[in-house]
Design a protein around this ligand. Sequence first.
Ligand code: GH3
Ligand code: MG
Ligand code: MG
Ligand code: MG
Length: 316
Amino acid sequence: MNASEPEVAPIPRLPSDEPNRRRRLLIVDDQPINIQALYQVFAADHQVFMATSGPQALALCLSKQPDLVLLDVMMPGMDGFEVCRRLKADPATADIPVIFVTAHSDEAAETLGLDVGAVDFISKPINPNIVRARVRTHVTLKAQSDLLRHWVYIDGLTGVHNRRYFDERLATEWGRAVRCGTALSVILIDVDFFKPYNDHYGHQTGDDCLRRVASTLKAGLKRPGDLMARYGGEEFACLLPETPLSGALELAHQLGQHVFDQQIAHDASLVAPVVTVSLGVCSKREDTVATVAALVREADAQLYIAKSRGRHQACG
Ligand code: GH3
Ligand code: MG
Ligand code: MG
Ligand code: MG
């Protein structure tokens, strides 16, 4: 591509921001006839999954991530209370709302059901309108809380993770790296001459440029555990678990090259006619980089060196 006006990179869609998506429902009951009754209530406007045992229900919750589970209590082997306990104990399934649907409807059972984490408790035989209404309420609440959680951790301009998420992950990964004696690296990335870019092309085009730089940097990551976040303004931060300095420096060089390869015109830059970035790399070291604060401070110091040596380069 030639140096040209930047294209607007699409902001990634939210997984939960799809108002027309059919909600996924998991119906769990050891009696097929009970499953059938609930299936008929929801099949028309939901994507329905079915399980006839506790272990099958747990597996489906992990693989299908339903928006809600309708859960029988009395089942051979693992009963519904235990299924609910296990769902709530696993961070990957803890947020899925559970409604017990059971013939076993004394107050003690209902109390236990709510205590193990269910949001509601419905007696069999079911009234379709009541089940439908209660499911609708909890599916809506779940969608709203998913959306909130998403925006707490995602940068609204670029669609990559934000500083809050980066800081939390950094603390977690630092703890893990110290415990396991593994490597951990950070790259701080700053767009070169971005104030002149805004002055020359205007803020709107500046925003488009940031979106494009963000998606280019994110696409340059190699492993699922790697993280690219917007650190602030025109700065990005990359977290690389189990990556020593040599690997992080190599990736930093590649990321800088990827941004350059986008050939986003920058007539006001003093380093090239296109948008470039400077990168500072640092890795955990027992002697000199022994705290999270030192890791980020040293990456920032290396970024400063990259700037002072002429920009459009990585130092570490
Ligand atoms: P250097 O090469 O030394 O990094 O120079 P610079 O001009 O990039 O450095 P400076 O920190 O002075 O400028 C950063 C600019 O980034 C200033 C600010 O207006 C701009 N900026 C920060 N956040 C945003 C944003 O969200 N959108 C836009 N369009 N510009 C932003
Ligand atoms: Mg049963
Ligand atoms: Mg800056
Ligand atoms: Mg800058």
